[in-house]
Design a protein around this ligand. Structure first.
Ligand code: PAF
Length: 280
């Protein structure tokens, strides 16, 4: 496995490769990331993982400074798993040698809702860095996790519109045994918060059960879910039932007619903000 810090070295290393599979990450790797790498391995060769905490996608007052960074431990995990051939870990200066004035602005109807409403500018930061990473690595496929459902959709749409020759593959959310979706931010949770955290997924499961049981009033289901979490001490940003195809709300006829839906949620436990979703 090769650890590479500069774009020039990366390009030298990958020259002539046309089946590169990539997994973009911000590090603090866990079993969810490793599952993405394994999926990448099945769809291309060599596999390149990027590890870069992207300042552009953090808003003022968010956790950019304290975001967990653990490059050495990450590399050990990747090495032990023989998961990737190249780790591309640029620093801030390498990725942003000058102010990043050219940015990718995803459309408001997809990017200013849900996560975008509560984290303005987040998807501009994500799309901009993903485009830059793709330009450096030139992968044929790239793997993203479904935990970041909206991110996955937006990146996919960006590739389609810019006609980037990258196929975006989606991996199911990897969970702990108690249902908590694996996330690098889970390290922020205190033991008490960690014990409570699976309730986010449990709440999404309740929405799923109610819909399956024939309750089609999604606004009511969302309200009940928010009340349930708030009653347990969560600060809820949203619980929202949306159409899988475009993340818009479904009208009652569509809900009754079996439109594929997804319920998405974001909520804070103490100072830690968690997101999760469940396809219905
Ligand atoms: O999902 C993430 O870890 C990040 O948003 C990504 C895609 C690596 C871009 O910084």
């Amino acid at each position: 496995m090769k650890l590479i810090h500069t774009i020039d070295d990366l390009r030298d290393q990958l020259r002539g490769q046309n089946r590169v599979a990539m997994v973009p990450t911000m590090g603090k790797l866990h079993a969810g990331h490793l599952a993405l790498m394994n999926m990448a391995r099945q769809h291309g060769d060599p596999v390149v993982a990027s590890i870069f905490v992207n300042r552009l996608q953090f808003g003022p007052g968010e956790d950019f400074e304290r975001y967990p960074r653990s490059l050495e431990a990450d590399c050990q995990k990747l090495e032990a798993q023989r998961a990737v051939y190249v780790v591309f870990a640029p620093d801030d200066k390498e990725m942003y040698p000058e102010p990043q004035n050219y940015r990718v602005q995803p459309p408001a109807d997809l990017a200013d809702i849900l996560e975008g409403e509560f984290r303005p500018g987040f998807f501009v930061g994500v799309c901009t860095v993903v485009l830059k990473l793709f330009s450096c690595v030139q992968p044929r496929v790239a793997v993203f996790g479904k935990k970041d459902y909206q991110q996955l959709m937006i990146v996919r749409a960006m590739c389609r519109q810019f006609q980037l020759p990258v196929e975006i593959l989606a991996h199911e959310t990897v969970r702990d045994e108690d249902g908590l979706a694996l996330s690098s931010r889970n390290v922020y949770l205190s033991p008490e918060e960690r014990a409570e955290a699976p309730q986010l997924y449990a709440t999404l499961r309740q929405v799923q059960d109610s819909l399956r049981g024939g309750q089609h009033d999604t606004a009511r289901l969302e309200r009940e879910a928010i009340e349930r979490l708030a009653g347990r001490g969560w600060q809820v940003d949203y619980v929202s039932v949306r159409r899988q195809r475009d993340l818009r709300t479904a009208d009652p006829d569509q809900v009754r007619g079996g439109e594929p839906l997804v319920v998405l949620a974001a909520a804070k436990l103490g100072t830690t903000r968690l997101i999760d979703n469940l396809e219905l």
